[in-house]
Design a protein around this ligand. Structure first.
Ligand code: H79
Length: 582
């Protein structure tokens, strides 16, 4: 009975979707892993963003495109690519000791050169370099030995080496390109090689889709499914498909995202090795990124860029070693957690496991009292993960207070584990912003507000160096007096507070009048020019002090910002900054 039923079912699915019915794989390992390491390594690593005596700044793996290097000239770099410092065991141990649970390495980036041996193109590390060896073979084995999940990045559409690949129009005119030929002759055969010759892959990370419609993308995914049904496929396979969602490069979401997803950042300002880039994120910044992604329900994959000899930058090694040491003590608060039911607080943020809430304390309140609003369960006990030191707690209704000692075990991120009975209700939508005298200043991001009228909350992309994207969630389209952004602030103590606004404002918006209402009080202001927006340049913001408000007694007040009169857009609003005055 079962077989015919299955066949009928598969037949139906086939009819409905016109593609093979292979099921999405189980992504549990990925969801629990929380932390991965990305490695960008290719011929660009040999250049380090220098070409013909000129230094480039920004993402080094784009050098061929930026300097419009002819494909034949670029291919000659392979002749001197000899990564004698590459040591697969060291790389795998580096990943393991960073506390990361998976590694994704560039098998082929947009330059078109494969870091693995390939029969589909001679432009590969085994045939075209003096190294004559496949480092990906060693790395796959070493990761398996270390118990690290292993995956390949493969640029499936952009290929600047191939006349029919996407992107290189400085050598090969667009009109002569046939993407289907490129997919059939190089992309798909190489993906099959990656899935056949390197053992079981945890995932395959596609990037920058192009040239395929939805049905063709489903067929493309089937090539993967047929060879490795358990291998996860990144959303950048295109057309809204894939087994997990990748956010934008260097994008951190302001709130919880459902489903399986990954935020991706690079350790400095480039994905590929760059000789002049020393702008590394500190261990503290990495820990905050990691806690933030966990708190919102996703993973963090952090990139490092080894040089052409195969050496991972020394700063990356040291800083990630620190991250690993922290995870060895506090890993329980990251691995296997689900998103926090309670939004970010002035002192830090949270992540959840059944009946245990982890509080990531980034900053100690002046009075040593951690205030956790919206704690709808019953707290049983609280302790530091670092030393099991029990902490005194007090709970009044949904307000939980935890009393911290003078010194925290880790100034970067001290984790408090709170065990509870009952359920913690999700309070991301119902979230008065806590303002108190416990810190010197409080940021309340636009993303924490509710748009009314025509107001929208948008993720706006800008960039510093080439390819070093920044993302801000901004309130926009506030044109008329009824286009508002509404908050509620909960003042824990009475006193005087300075209200400042952070925003960007173009010439068209300059000198518009706006109003901030805090309860019954109203503060007027006029917008100041910051400049025009262009996604390829930095977006500049001003912090403007608006005025002081006096709060008589603790409590919740509505706070609203909007234009005074109807007209052009008021500004692009980033956040309130509230300062208790002393
Ligand atoms: O591998 C890293 C980047 O190289 C890759 N994704 C991460 C993980 C990436 N490839 N493309 N992009 C990111 C988007 C790039 C878009 C742009 Fe452009 C490159 C904007 C400006 C330069 C394309 C070329 C659009 C304008 C010129």
């Amino acid at each position: 009975m079962r077989k015919p039923f299955c066949q009928i079912f598969i037949g139906l699915v086939g009819l409905l979707t016109a593609h093979s019915s292979s099921a999405a794989p189980d992504s549990t390992w990925f969801r629990d892993a929380k932390f991965g390491i990305f490695i960008h390594w290719g011929l660009y690593s040999e250049l380090g963003n220098e070409w013909k005596g000129q230094s480039y700044y920004g993402s080094g793996e784009w050098i061929m495109n930026r300097a419009k290097i002819p494909a034949t000239e670029y291919a000659q770099i392979a002749g001197r690519f000899n990564p004698t410092n590459f040591n697969a065991q060291e790389w795998a141990r580096f990943v393991k000791e960073s506390g990361a649970r998976y590694l994704v390495v560039t098998a082929k980036h947009h330059e078109g050169f494969t870091m693995f041996g390939s029969k589909a193109s001679p432009f590969n590390i085994v045939e075209a370099t003096p190294y004559h060896h496949d480092p990906m073979k060693d790395l796959a084995v070493a990761c398996r030995t270390e118990g690290v999940q292993f995956g390949f990045y493969y640029s499936q559409f952009l290929d600047w080496h191939e006349p029919n690949g996407g992107g290189n129009t400085w050598d090969f005119p667009q009109s002569t390109k046939n993407y289907k030929t490129y997919y059939a002759q190089k992309s798909i055969p190489q993906i099959k090689e990656l899935l056949s010759n390197y053992g079981r892959l945890g995932l395959i990370w596609f990037d920058m889709p192009g040239g395929l419609n939805r049905d063709e993308t489903l067929k493309f995914m089937d090539e993967v499914r047929q060879l490795q049904p358990d291998c996860l496929i990144s959303s950048r396979v295109g057309n809204g498909l894939g087994d997990f969602r990748d956010l934008g490069d260097s994008e951190l979401p302001p709130h919880v995202i459902d489903g399986t997803w990954e935020a991706l950042f690079t350790h400095n300002d480039s994905w590929g090795f760059v000789k002049n880039d020393f702008d590394f994120k500190s261990p503290r910044e990495i820990l905050h990124l990691l806690a933030s992604t966990s708190s919102r329900g996703g993973n963090l994959i952090l990139n490092v860029g080894p040089d052409g000899t195969g050496r991972i930058p020394e700063t990356s090694q040291r800083f990630l070693h620190e991250v690993g040491k922290w995870l060895a003590i506090n890993g329980e608060s990251i691995y296997g957690t689900t998103h926090s039911p309670i939004p970010d607080q002035p002192w830090g943020l949270m992540a959840l496991k059944t009946n245990r809430l982890f509080l990531h304390v980034f900053a100690r309140p002046n009075d040593g009292i951690l205030f956790v609003p919206g704690f709808s369960a019953s707290a049983k006990c609280a302790r530091f993960l670092a030393d099991d030191e029990p902490l005194k707690t007090e709970q009044h209704g949904d307000d939980l207070k935890i009393f911290l000692p003078e010194e925290l075990p880790d100034l970067r991120d001290t984790v408090v584990a709170v065990d509870f009975t009952g359920t913690l209700r999700d309070s991301w939508r119902n979230r008065p912003q806590i303002i108190s005298r416990q810190f010197d200043s409080f940021s309340v991001d636009a993303a924490k507000g509710d748009p009314a009228g025509a107001t929208t909350l948008d993720s706006v992309t800008s960039s510093q160096y080439f390819g070093n994207w920044k993302h801000d969630t901004l309130a926009r389209n506030m044109k008329n007096a009824k286009d508002k952004l509404e908050f509620s602030f909960r003042f824990l103590e009475p006193g005087d507070y300075r209200v400042a606004l952070e925003y960007a404002c173009s010439a068209a918006e300059k000198s518009r009048e706006g109003i901030i209402e805090v309860g019954e009080k109203s503060l007027g202001f006029q917008t100041l020019l910051t400049g025009e927006y262009n996604s390829h340049d930095p977006l500049l913001f001003i912090r403007q002090n608006i005025g002081v408000i006096h709060i008589e007694s603790p409590g919740i007040l509505p706070v609203t910002v909007h234009p005074k009169t109807d007209g052009t857009e008021l500004f692009w609003f980033r956040r309130f900054v509230i300062e208790p005055l002393r």
